[in-house]
Design a protein around this ligand. Structure first.
Ligand SMILES: [Zn+2]
Length: 294
């Protein structure tokens, strides 16, 4: 299921009063990259977003899912990554095909949404901010500052074989004062900035944290395994087809003999024949509704 190279570790820097997480994706990243055929700048952005989604779940206080949804106005149309509380990650990127060779760049003016879904209550919390940096890690830091008033620093990296990241967040007391010494947050940020891509993607996590923070009293928690996982299902696809309306589905049936949907995340193919489509619309009366995203 998982390898030792797909992991999330939470940690604390006792002296600096900082909590953090370190993530690496190996097999899971290769599965995402190969399923979508991503390379170059697009792969680099998607790998970073995927690592970030796993880092952000480290602060999740209930069972559920956290998703990153970035909509661009330039060549990068969409960047999406999500991670569940038990460490299943998936992601997709969409680039304007006419601008493919120009490469996918993050541009200011893009919109970044982070959504948290509570599996038990089905409640959804969403924060939405405009992107004010052409660097993905800075864009996420801006999100936490604007949306959560939570000082956050991130280093993200992605190569062909692996992606990963480290996140630091300042812990405050109930009264709002920093928990560490006066210079703790400043010091932790500067130490994090010295992390290289090679260290991030190749060194064991214990060594990364020791190298960066050996004087800060690192408390490393046990690894949580991460793995690629998709939550698509016949029922979810049926729901999506229902939202398109009976007429639309029947037109496709008449033309192609069946309605075929391929999941963009995992490549799984769903085929609905006449009987399946009849079943999709049997449960409730046909009604007009606008197409929704899945
Ligand atoms: Zn799927």
């Amino acid at each position: 299921m998982t390898t030792s190279n797909d992991f999330l570790h939470r940690f604390q820097l006792e002296r600096a009063g900082v909590r953090g997480a370190i993530v690496r994706l190996d097999q899971a990243w290769r599965t995402v990259r190969e399923t979508g055929g991503y390379d170059g700048a697009t792969a680099s952005l998607l790998g970073r977003a995927l690592a970030a989604s796993a880092l952000f779940t480290s602060a999740l206080k209930f069972e559920g899912r956290l998703s990153i949804h970035l909509r661009g106005s330039g060549a990068l149309r969409l960047l999406f990554a999500d991670c569940t509380h038990d460490g299943l990650v998936r992601g997709i990127a969409r680039v304007d095909p006419s601008a493919a060779s120009a490469g996918a760049r993050l541009e200011t003016g893009a919109r970044l949404a982070i959504t948290i879904e509570n599996a038990a209550t089905e409640a959804r919390y969403q924060g939405l901010v405009p992107v004010e940096s052409d660097d993905l890690a800075r864009a996420f830091e801006g999100y936490f500052e604007r949306s959560e008033q939570l000082p956050t620093r991130l280093v993200l990296g992605a190569g062909e074989a692996r992606c990963g990241g480290v996140m630091l967040q300042q812990i405050a007391t109930a009264g709002g004062a920093p928990l560490g010494d006066a210079d703790g947050w400043n010091r932790a940020q500067h130490l994090l900035a010295t992390l290289t891509d090679r260290e991030l993607l190749e060194l064991p996590p214990e060594q990364v944290l020791l190298r960066l923070f050996h004087e800060e009293g690192v408390r490393l928690q046990p690894a949580q395994p991460l793995a690629f996982g998709c939550t698509c299902s016949h029922e979810r696809v049926a729901g999506m087809l229902r939202s398109l309306g009976r007429e639309e589905n029947e037109a496709v049936l008449a033309e192609q003999g069946s309605v075929q949907i391929t999941c963009e995340f995992c490549g799984r193919r769903y085929v609905f024949d006449d009987d399946d489509i009849a079943a999709v619309f049997a449960a409730d009366a046909p009604e007009e509704s606008s197409p929704t995203q899945h």
